[in-house]
Design a protein around this ligand. Structure first.
Ligand SMILES: [Zn+2]
Length: 336
């Protein structure tokens, strides 16, 4: 994978928050207060939308476009070989700030179904859909019925260059909680059945199998992480609040770290922010080569681990489980 490209992707992530996480061990118990004011349902349920009646391709299979990797993995798992599933944002390409291509417009113009994460993640979609002019396109918003989390802990700004970027619709990273992922899979299943009722049995059977795997992943996370109930962490990338909430990890703060054009004061601010929270380990993401994190880990004598937000990786539906198992092992080591 192209390291520079991934670095750029992560550098732009939500207005320059670097995709990294810091974990610390502390004795503090207590619960993080989550903002529960936000309600998930802003759109009609997929079931309520008109079923797709775009003419079927020659294969006789419906064409399903998905936005980015986790949506592809879940949809492919449910569709199997029954529907043709494609991806708009190639793995390794930034999704938050993604600019759609003419090929994306064409792909949506000929698709029967579009599967998205929602919660404001796919900002490029509105215009792309408008340009595709496909009135028969049926959309599946996989986060329907999921209560979004908003800012749950203080944000430490380490650079003036960072622009304010509020998640108006809540944090979008729901797919990193296996329990919420089950709901996303169920939403995809229901939407595919509406669009392609003939193949209902196949979508149902595939969804049952994948949800079963998600259940056992959830059990593993619960059993493993309940051994370290006081595991507290701060993040450089706000990708894990749903996972943290599910397994009683406690997120203390989000520390924003600039990646490009580091001024000495930026580095000093970052060092101070990390020191303030007495962290014992640092988390990076797979494929990320960050000088600041490396020097932080050296200066502060902290181990640098890797946590996967699944925004890049392999397109095999089983990749979700491999990546999440790795995340669990990492958390287990770091929380000890
Ligand atoms: Zn993200």
């Amino acid at each position: 994978m192209n390291q520079t490209h991934v670095g750029q992707r992560l550098g732009r992530h939500k207005g320059g928050i670097l995709s990294l996480a810091v974990l610390m061990l502390s004795l503090s118990a207590g619960c993080t207060q989550f903002d529960k004011n936000q309600v998930a349902s802003r759109e009609q349920s997929p079931q309520a939308q008109e079923a797709a009646s775009t003419p079927l391709p020659e294969s006789g299979k419906i064409k399903v476009m998905t936005t980015f990797l986790p949506m592809y993995l879940f949809t492919k798992a449910v569709a199997g070989t029954t529907a043709d599933v494609e991806i708009l944002v190639p793995p390794g390409t930034e999704v938050h700030e993604y600019q759609s291509t003419p090929e994306n417009v064409k792909a949506i113009a000929t698709a029967n179904v579009l599967v998205k994460n929602g919660l404001g993640l796919e900002e490029f979609l509105d215009n792309t859909i408008k340009n595709a002019q496909n009135p028969k396109l049926s959309q599946i918003n996989t986060t329907i019925g999921i209560q979004p989390l908003n800012e749950i802990s203080p944000v430490e700004k380490t650079s003036k260059k960072e622009e304010e970027h509020a998640d108006a619709e809540g944090n979008p990273h729901v797919w990193l909680d296996p329990v919420l992922a089950k709901q996303q899979v169920a939403n995809i299943r229901d939407g595919l059945i509406v669009a392609d009722p003939e193949n209902k049995a196949s979508y149902e059977a595939n969804a049952i199998a994948y949800i079963k795997q998600l259940d056992s992943l959830n059990n593993q996370f619960q059993q493993t992480l309940q051994k370290t109930p006081n595991c507290t962490f701060i993040t450089f990338h706000d990708a894990f609040p749903y996972l943290a909430k599910r397994y009683n990890l406690k997120q203390l703060a989000v520390v924003e770290i600039p990646e490009d054009q580091l001024a000495p004061t930026d580095v000093q601010n970052a060092v101070n922010a990390v020191k303030k929270y007495k962290v014992k380990a640092l988390f990076s993401e797979p494929g990320v080569d960050n000088k600041l994190l490396k020097s932080l880990s050296k200066d502060l004598n902290l181990t640098l681990y890797s946590l996967d937000s699944l925004e890049t990786g392999n397109t095999d539906p089983q990749y979700y489980f491999k990546a999440m198992q790795n995340n669990l092992q990492t958390l287990e080591s770091a929380c000890k």
